[in-house]
Design a protein around this ligand. Structure first.
Ligand code: CIR
Length: 277
């Protein structure tokens, strides 16, 4: 097995995004605070993509899927590792078909693509750090899905650790993000579970829990706009930050990580490009 770059969880050559569908107004949400405004959401999405590109990465923009209202949240459909990609099995019935829509795009980019075929698991519950893969059990991700994923990535040299997403929180990464291989931004309610023992934890400011879902993408940390105390903490820790509007995705419980799959395929499949739907 070739050595893995220790920065692999935050250094990426590629990202995949998907245009928001007009059906997003029917997207899933824990609490109804109104429908997203599509024009504003598209503007935020365009800024997000431009920021990923600013780091030098290639961003593959897939077309909208009207049959899947939540399909802009591509992160939940797959786990992308240097050695290969794994297609997820979302626990939300309305989102199950999104994973199959993503598979051909991953097969065009990766020599090896595996598929979770037992249990349920969504990418939002998976945090890849420099030393392990943490998977939070949640309303969307169950023990069978986690066990299946553990089996699928074992021969790539990845160790999985099952942890718990706090009750009432959609995904594990709703409450935490990786800032570098050893540093995690977390809400106090999640860090209190002890799941990050041995890591450096930077706490999200009290009352700014919605700032916990950020992404470290190459040299930048992308975070949602409107959380100044958490932003200042991240800046003071030495990271370069970009704030991105997230008001519309937040109405559907989505944030920075959900909007992309981020990866650097070790062996490209060299297949012809598939249509971008
Ligand atoms: C859902 O409930 O599935 C979507 N409305 C939001 C998904 C957010 N995805 C993520 O945190 N990875």
């Amino acid at each position: 097995m070739p050595a893995r770059d220790p920065a692999f969880p935050y250094r990426f050559t590629h990202a995949i995004t998907r245009a928001p569908a007009t059906s997003i107004i029917r997207g899933l949400r824990a609490v109804d605070t109104g429908n997203p405004d599509l024009a504003t959401l598209r503007a935020h999405h365009a800024t997000y993509i431009a920021t990923l590109r600013e780091t030098g990465a290639t961003v593959i923009e897939l077309g909208a899927l009207e049959d899947f209202p939540d399909s802009v949240f591509v992160e939940d459909t797959a786990l992308c590792l240097p050695e290969g990609a794994v297609v997820m099995r979302p626990g939300a019935p309305s989102r199950l078909g999104e994973a199959a829509e993503m598979a051909p795009h991953l097969k065009a980019l990766y020599a090896e693509v595996r598929t979770v075929d037992e249990g349920h698991i969504e990418g939002g519950d998976i945090l890849v750090t420099g030393r392990e893969i943490l998977v939070g059990r949640s309303a969307r991700t169950d023990a069978a899905g986690i066990a299946t994923l553990a089996r699928l990535v074992a021969d790539w040299g990845h160790h999985l650790r099952e942890v718990h997403t706090p009750p009432g929180v959609l995904h594990f990464k709703t409450d935490c993000s990786l800032l570098d291989a050893e540093t995690i931004l977390s809400t106090d309610r999640l860090a209190a579970s002890g799941c990050f023992a041995g890591y450096r934890v930077i706490p999200v400011a009290g009352g700014e829990e919605a700032a916990a879902n950020t992404i470290r993408f190459n040299d930048l940390v992308l975070m949602p706009e409107g959380f100044p105390r958490t932003r200042d903490t991240i800046l003071a820790a030495g990271y370069e930050v970009r704030e991105i509007g997230n008001s519309e995705c937040a109405k559907l419980d989505g944030g920075m990580s959900c909007l992309s799959l981020r990866f650097s395929p070790r062996q490209a499949a060299h297949k012809s490009v598939v249509p971008n739907t």
